[in-house]
Ligand binder design. Structure first.
Ligand code: OGA
Ligand code: NI
Length: 339
């Protein structure tokens, strides 16, 4: 519990255990939030413009692995109320956070800090994290969610239902863009959704540490609300580019499974989170993932000359992902077919 960054960071220098080696620390490089990551207006998706929106989504997913969506249909006041509650949760007194804190990764609702593996990691990450399942079986999983702040369950339940709807809608566009049948991603491939809330307190030296080091998301697709503070960066042609926080937008990124199912037509791209010295940053990531037993393999119609990947069970992928955190290439290589 005393390990949570939000519990001890005030008026302390950056501890040695948070200092990244020179090759992975962000340094003083200024990465201006840039406008190249496409912003897609979903209100234009119905009617005649649908094909155009589908193309935009696929192009962004090929080039950047990331895009933002605006006019997505999730009510503005629900987003604001949810994000305010999530911030409030990390600002609660220590005794309220202690109830949620757990070092056991099997725990269904868990407040923790740094990576999934605080005990075994070499360097700690400057972030606290709350995660719990949202779907399927919301009625059941909600019983494990935080009881404080008092409106947490009611509001975050609504928020997660909206996020799931948005995710399903985007997956329909993706299926259409790839030429797959409607509903292709609708079954067990997107059966599971988890909310992961990141909280990055102000940091005494953002040049030396990271909130989350370079990684790809192992799931199907991720829908993030990043609040209004900079921090998320995406690797593009060997360079880091910042994802501009846009009021009321969601950031969408392609997970490893969508890259595999699309036989590399869409890209799961590495990203990281940098900290800053003035402002706390809170982001809400909805991870949409296959059920553990799902068989993942490139869609038959996308194989073309050759399938790039083997068929495997999703839970097997996760196992290797967590054994090789921060080394996406090693993980993906394991599931590639040899040429
Ligand atoms: C993640 C992630 C981005 C953010 O949780 O996997 O990349 O802005 N989060 O917090
Ligand atoms: Ni991520």
């Amino acid at each position: 519990m005393e390990k949570l960054v939000s519990s001890w960071y005030k008026n302390k220098p950056l501890p040695e255990s948070y200092i990244f080696p020179p090759e992975t620390r962000p340094g003083n490089l200024i990465v201006p939030p840039c406008k190249t990551i496409p912003v897609i207006d979903l209100s234009k998706a119905e009617g005649q413009n649908r094909t155009h929106i589908v193309q935009q989504i696929c192009k962004a997913s090929q080039e950047y692995g990331f895009f933002q969506v605006v006019n997505h249909g999730v009510p503005e006041d629900l987003i604001k109320e949810s994000m305010d509650l999530l911030k409030e949760l990390f600002e609660m007194p220590a005794e309220d956070k202690a109830v949620l804190y757990s070092e056991d990764p099997r725990n269904k609702c868990r407040l923790s800090t740094s990576s999934v593996n605080y005990g075994r990691e070499k360097i700690h990450h400057w972030r606290d994290n709350l995660r719990h399942p949202c779907h399927p079986g919301l009625e059941d999983s909600i019983k494990n969610w935080p009881q404080k702040p008092v409106r947490y369950r009611e509001v975050v339940a609504k928020f997660s239902i909206e996020a799931k709807k948005l995710g399903s809608r985007i997956l329909e566009f993706v299926a259409e863009g790839l030429g797959l049948e409607s509903g292709y991603f609708g079954g067990e491939l997107s059966e599971y959704m988890q909310l992961s809330v990141n909280h990055y307190p102000p940091c005494p030296d953002p040049s030396l540490t990271l909130g989350i080091p370079q990684h790809c998301d192992p799931n199907l697709i991720t829908i993030v609300h990043q609040g209004d503070v900079n921090g998320l960066q995406v690797l593009n042609n060997g360079e880091w580019i910042g994802v501009e926080p846009l009021h009321n937008a969601f950031v969408v990124n392609i997970g490893n499974q969508l890259q595999i199912i699309s036989n590399n037509k869409l890209k799961s791209v590495e990203h990281r989170v940098v900290t800053n010295s003035n402002l706390a940053r809170t982001s809400a990531a909805f991870f949409i993932a296959p059920s553990g037993d799902s068989i993942i393999e490139p869609a038959k119609s996308l194989i073309g000359q050759a399938s790039v990947y083997k068929a495997f069970e999703f839970k097997d992928f996760l196992l290797h992902y967590f054994l090789n955190l921060e080394n996406n290439e090693v993980v993906m290589e394991r599931f590639r077919l040899q040429a």
